[in-house]
Design a protein around this ligand. Structure first.
Ligand code: NAP
Ligand code: GDD
Length: 336
């Protein structure tokens, strides 16, 4: 019998890689997609181009309990990967209310519907290193206390505790992944790594002359999304549910990312990157670096792509795909 998995957020970076991974393992893959995305398939389903014919779309919205309940009432799943969220930290400062509503209530809706209709389904929650925020310990581990610095981080702490509570209160198989930043050529344009590589490609094509960025000294532990979705799957294959940090154990600054990316294209970033105070966050997370030794030991998981490999892959992908017709995007991306 094929295992059946539901992925919320399947149209996003991680959802698309996870769908490919589960299909490669022989799963029947279903994806929860909001109706507005179905109305614009070329742009909103673009990351799923390679697998659209092999997955089954379930229309629903995290903002509606009824729509989620309906999906779980139609068929049983063996595994549910809850990845959907408002995932951009800066946007959570701009509209904390909708970030909280989507990320906290949405997570609660998924858990409550599972408990009601299919309590044996194994559940993964997309927790985040943003929960550590103003870090109390370096590197961060599963036991490091949380100190979130944004409405997004707070919403993920709430999702983490909801997930743990359903595990403890109802005996459900609920796992929290505490994933550090992970990127890829499929990363959204608003996140700093993709903003840098897509901005660089536009500069190279003569479509832009500068790249406006905020805090260049922030440090992140950046891995590759393709590696990280494998850890999500491994968590749900264990004998008992648990929480795991997933990270490379190496931190680099935004400045280092710029330096390496621009040099890969034959440029000196100092001639193009301009400081933009408007992109600074009201409360910054200065340094994230994870200790994934628990995942190494229990899941036998290891990252395969290092910082240099990640930066080069993203640079070359954008250099190959950003075309002169994308000129209108320049203003949009540089304004984020
Ligand atoms: P992403 O590319 O921004 O994808 C987010 C997904 O959530 C999209 O499929 C989006 O659908 C969906 N979504 C948003 N609001 C929704 C709603 N109201 N109803 C239904 N679907 C909704 O994010 P990602 O990078 O793949 O990350 C996946 C998850 O991991 C997120 O929960 C994120 O917070 C978490 N996380 C990410 C990282 C990272 O570094 N990437 C690290 C730690 C944790 P549309 O396509 O319709 O917008
Ligand atoms: N987006 C953005 N744009 N960030 C900038 C910029 C800019 O122009 N300039 C500097 N930065 C800095 C931010 O201030 C932050 O310190 C760092 O670059 C990374 O920002 P993002 O790429 O937006 O990611 P994030 O770390 O805030 O959040 C991502 O990782 C989390 C895991 O730690 C997201 O994927 C979250 O969903 C995820 O949970």
């Amino acid at each position: 019998m094929k295992k059946k998995a539901l992925i919320t957020g399947i149209t996003g970076q991680d959802g698309s890689y996870l769908a490919e991974h589960l299909l490669s393992l022989g799963y029947e893959v279903h994806g929860l997609v909001r109706r507005v995305a179905l109305e614009q398939p070329e742009s909103r389903l673009s990351r799923l181009q390679g697998v659209l014919g092999q997955i089954q779309i379930q229309p629903a919205n995290l903002d509606s309990y009824a729509s989620i309940f309906h999906v779980f009432s139609k068929q049983q799943f063996d595994e549910c990967y809850h990845l959907a969220a408002q995932s951009f930290v800066a946007e959570s400062f701009a509209d904390g209310f909708s970030t909280m509503a989507t990320n906290i209530n949405g997570t609660h809706y998924v858990l409550a519907a599972l408990r009601e209709l299919q309590p044996k389904c194994r559940y993964y929650f997309a927790g985040s290193s943003e929960m550590f925020g103003k870090v109390r310990q370096t590197p961060q581990q599963e036991t490091t206390p949380f100190h979130p610095r944004s409405p997004y981080g707070i919403s993920k702490v709430a999702g983490f505790h909801l997930t743990m509570n359903y595990r403890e209160a109802y005996g459900m198989f609920c796992c929290n992944g505490i994933l550090f930043n992970h990127e890829s050529p499929r990363r959204g344009f608003e996140f700093v790594t993709r903003k840098i590589t897509s901005g660089l490609a536009r500069i190279k094509r003569g479509l832009a002359s500068e790249l406006r960025l905020g805090n260049l000294e922030a440090k992140r532990d950046w891995g590759h999304a393709r590696d990280y979705v494998k850890a999500m799957h491994l968590m749900l294959q264990q004998p008992s549910p648990d929480d795991y940090v997933i990270a490379t154990g190496e931190a680099h600054s935004v400045r280092e990312f710029c330096e390496l990316a621009f040099s890969e294209a034959g440029f000196d970033y100092r001639n193009y990157v301009k400081k933009d105070e408007s992109v600074y966050r009201p409360a910054e997370v200065d340094l994230l670096i994870g200790d994934a030794s628990k995942a190494h030991a229990a899941l036998k998981w290891r990252p395969t792509v290092d910082f240099t490999g990640l930066v080069k892959e993203m640079v070359h992908s954008d250099l190959a795909t950003i075309s002169p017709v994308a000129k209108d995007d320049v203003a949009v991306v540089s304004a984020i």
